[in-house]
Write a protein that binds this ligand. Structure first.
Ligand SMILES: [Zn+2]
Length: 257
């Protein structure tokens, strides 16, 4: 097939912004069907209908792109915001939570590799966080982590012991090395977290609860053990080490009130 330029549009979340020259921007966009896209927005900082003076980090909208076969980057011709996410800039806890979502997107979105589930989870989390109370941000962070991990192929076994298949009751361990919940006697060495039945239920809810149900009854302090299993144990295990930018994010302080 002859390499030709072509235009397309895509739902996008802006996951990185760098100034380029006097008036332009280089953007990294998370998209559902094209993975991560690097694009040059020429003259983005000039006033005008295409970019309204510059595209902001954590914006979500429709990107109008031109793919150029021999160019390093695509060309962003226009970005039309479709979501009101201004709430993410109301206060540091929301902003940190949003930055963390973007950080994980940068880690898990790959160029040209579609991942609509990961995109959808991020958009849902950003929408929720833009309106969330500060004390539910950590739970939304953990919800996003759980869904993002599942979207990248890391879905833990929670319905029975991941090692021996036996039924679970009472005190259990969450062990990423085993791939889910285990009996205490079955848990392999390595990072793990002891949980009671409520914690295990909260963890399961991150994976199974419908969004409407979560919005009506957001995970609260009862979800702390579930949030810790995802945020403190599972994500670091998958990432191997926590990106530096993740220190100081609200999810690190999930403590009962
Ligand atoms: Zn077992």
């Amino acid at each position: 097939m002859a390499a030709r330029s072509y235009s397309y549009t895509s739902p996008s979340i802006v996951i990185r912004v760098r100034p380029f020259g006097e008036t332009s921007q280089v953007l990294h966009l998370a998209t559902p069907e094209h993975g991560m896209v690097a694009a040059l927005a020429k003259g983005a900082h000039r006033p005008g209908p295409a970019f309204h003076g510059g595209v902001a980090l954590a914006s979500a909208g429709t990107a109008h792109l031109l793919r150029r076969p021999r160019a390093e980057m695509e060309l962003l011709r226009r970005f039309v915001p479709s979501e009101d996410l201004r709430g993410l800039r109301d206060g540091l806890p929301r902003f940190y939570a949003a930055c963390y979502v973007l950080e994980l997107l940068r880690a898990w979105m790959r160029p040209a590799l579609p991942n609509p589930s990961l995109f959808r989870a991020a958009l849902t989390a950003l929408r929720a966080m833009a309106r969330a109370r500060d004390d539910s941000l950590a739970s939304w962070v953990a919800w996003f982590e759980a869904r993002a991990l599942a979207a990248t192929g890391h879905r833990p076994r929670l319905d029975a012991c991941a090692v021996c298949d036996g039924p679970l009751e009472g005190r259990v361990y969450f062990s990423p090395a085993a791939g889910g919940l285990t009996h205490a006697r079955c848990a392999p060495p390595g990072p793990r977290l002891a949980m009671d039945a409520d914690g295990a239920h909260a963890l399961d809810r991150f994976y199974t609860a419908r969004l409407k149900e979560l919005a009506a009854d957001p995970p609260g302090t009862d979800a702390v053990a579930g949030a810790r299993a995802v945020h403190d144990v599972f994500v670091p295990y998958v990432l191997e080490r926590r990106p530096a930018a993740l220190t100081g994010l609200p999810g690190r302080r999930v403590t009962p009130r």
